[in-house]
Design a protein. Sequence first.
Length: 272
Amino acid sequence: MLRRSFLIAALATLPIAFAATPGQADTARYLEEARKLASSMPPKLVEVLEDEIAKGGAAQAIAVCREKAPKMAAAASEQSGWNIRRVSLKNRNPKAAPDAWEKAALEEFDRRAAAGESAANLEKGEVVSDGGQQVYRYMKALPTRDSLLPMLALLAMARAKGCPVSQLADALPRRFTASDRIQNVPTEFSRTLIARLQQAPAEAAALMAPDAGDVIAIDTTDGLRTSFATGEIVHLRPSGNAPELRCYAEAADEPRARALCDACLDRIAATA
């Protein structure tokens, strides 16, 4: 009996990963099983998302992706006998970081997608050796539509408040943003820098915005998003698809936002 593993991958794809332990005659059966499981997962997740958004608005979708989706994968693993999880090259959750086989498969998916292949056809299944044991592994791409999420969030908020989308901005403070990047920076440098700053708020303040007051909040969901006593925000994150370090700044006026972003990147570039 071959051990089985199945992955759902994300290209901005969320991959589904599966694994199993097979004999040679089992591989075709495992491929068919994995395909059925992969096709059944997204509709179930969408159903839960729609239900939660209807109950509590667009913000509930975040909790579904962060908390309920992993539980759904765990339940499907227990019911099916497959080891199922979601992984991504752009993972925000460390638990979704791909292993070596998964990373290679995801990178292959990216190359195939860049060459024009439909995301619906992106899958990989094979028998591999894992700790001296033969394992059948399968990955299926689950493309995401990140560009639609902000629009859906606004529509859901407008519906919840009972007002046109055009009126949502009236209740918000005037804020301005700026963004830029340092190109040709090894991703490992960016990740190491951000990991260090996450553990050292004083160093983060000195590097990111030394004239913005004390650090009052840090969000590590996607890189390092630091809020300062002035109400200003500086956010650093490594690019998910290029050797770049990105910076986003938010302030009460446009010149200040631009100055925060440029100065932060200049200080980082001087240390790179």
